[in-house]
Write a protein that binds this ligand. Structure first.
Ligand SMILES: [Ca+2]
Ligand SMILES: [Ca+2]
Ligand SMILES: [Ca+2]
Length: 419
């Protein structure tokens, strides 16, 4: 047992420890300003190899390598600077090649000003090589806004590139000069937050197999948000694959469900005895002047491969123009009880000139399940066998029950109509 007094002391001690811990956490929490120990990606005191620096013009009295040697001297002791004194150009460029792509979002220019022939430039711009062209960095924030002697810092959206260019435009009365140029990747909290928001939006999308057309707005919004990220931020997004899969699913859906499309209302789908053809009866009356589009039909068996149809016609047996016959180059329905038929939107047109929506994976009743007597034709004997054995009673119109509608559908398959 501990005394009340001791318990109080322990409690006070615990409280103090908690306060100290909290203070330590606050002190060590990442600062919004750039880390002081960030690596200067341009530094190269050796003056050879990478990072490599070059300029479109350098005064004969100066050396461009001086601006990446880590020495900041604004005097003649030592004389250590680049100037474009004598340049014929209004603007000159300084390029840094890192040797490999690097991320950076801050440049520091240490500007030389002798108040005479070399003075702060009128302006400068930071560009990066995007793989094809020099591109200005986005959202540059310059401090000071107007170039001035000594340190000038510019922060911008993080870029990932192997080359950096500074375009320096001389003031009207003098040339320009730098004693040092530094390149950093500083705090990326904003980048991480932007990428993380997009990753959350992508993460909330359904997996490809579960995507429906109702998900299209959310998928499009996630794509828009992703495209608005900078190249560096895009690089931080690790679940882009889920977005592209969801987009692929929408594209698939749009092959089947088309604008202004009408639900075909499939009443039945049977294969023939030879296994090459399927006869599909719809609830819609079709437009006989619009050829059934064979190229939009596919059959897929229990194996992985799908086969495209070669012929698709209005079945002559059905004067109501609700039945089509689709033929494949191989007996895809033979010896396979598990073949499905798919057709894309626009495969047919209704009598009212409405395109018919597609159907995915429509089960086709194999001929063998109707020819119960195994004599190669569907006849009255098969109906008798069906009615005599509950196992043979198929829900042919897939409405969940076996009733006289299914028997009527069965009867319509009586040969020679199914051939
Ligand atoms: Ca220097
Ligand atoms: Ca039969
Ligand atoms: Ca039924």
């Amino acid at each position: 047992m501990i005394s009340r007094q001791m318990a109080f002391k322990l409690g006070a001690l615990a409280t103090s420890a908690a306060v100290i811990l909290l203070m330590m956490m606050l002190i060590s929490s990442p600062s919004e300003s750039y880390a002081q120990n960030a690596t200067n990606l341009a530094l190269n005191p050796a003056g050879t190899g990478y990072p490599q620096v070059s300029a479109s013009y350098t005064c004969g009295c100066d050396n461009v390598w001086s601006i990446v040697n880590g020495i900041q001297s604004y005097t003649e002791n030592p004389r250590d600077r680049w100037t474009n004194y004598g340049s014929p150009n209004t603007s000159d460029t300084i390029d840094i090649q890192f040797g490999a792509a690097a991320s950076f979002n801050q440049v520091k220019l240490y500007i030389y000003d002798d108040h005479g022939g070399v003075q702060p430039p009128a302006s400068y711009e930071v560009q990066y090589w995007n793989g094809n062209a020099w591109t200005g960095v986005t959202n540059p924030i310059k401090n000071p806004a107007i170039p001035a002697a000594y340190l000038n810092t510019v922060n911008f959206d993080t870029v990932f590139s192997s080359k950096l260019r500074i375009v320096i435009t001389n003031s009207s009365q003098a040339y320009s000069g730098l004693v040092e140029l530094e390149v950093f990747l500083g705090d990326t909290a904003a980048d991480n937050n932007a990428a993380s928001a997009v990753m959350t939006a992508i993460g909330q999308l359904p997996e490809r197999a579960a995507v429906t057309l109702a998900d299209k707005p959310a998928i499009a919004a996630a794509r828009t948000a992703y495209e608005q990220l900078t190249a560096y931020q895009k690089n931080l997004v690790t679940n882009l694959g889920k977005l592209t899969e969801a987009e692929a699913a929408i594209s698939e859906w749009e092959l089947y469900i088309i604008p202004g499309g009408k639900d075909p209302g499939v009443l039945s789908a049977f294969s023939d005895a030879a296994g090459y053809s399927a006869t599909v009866t719809l609830s819609s009356v079709l437009n006989a002047t619009y050829g059934v589009q064979a190229g939009k039909f596919m059959a897929a068996g229990s194996g992985a491969t799908a086969t495209s149809a070669v012929y698709a016609v209005y079945a002559a047996i059905d004067s109501n123009l609700q039945t089509i016959k689709v033929t494949f180059p191989a007996p895809v329905f033979l010896n396979d009880d598990d073949v499905t038929l798919s057709f894309q939107g626009g495969a047919m047109m209704t009598a009212n000139n409405e395109p018919v929506n597609g159907v995915r994976q429509l089960p086709v009743i194999p001929f063998g399940k109707l020819d119960l007597s195994h004599d190669g034709r569907i006849g009255i004997e098969d109906i008798v066998l069906m009615l005599g054995n509950p196992v043979f009673r198929l829900d042919l119109n897939r409405d969940g029950t076996f009733d006289r509608d299914d028997v009527l559908i069965f009867m319509r398959q009586i040969s020679p109509y199914s051939r």
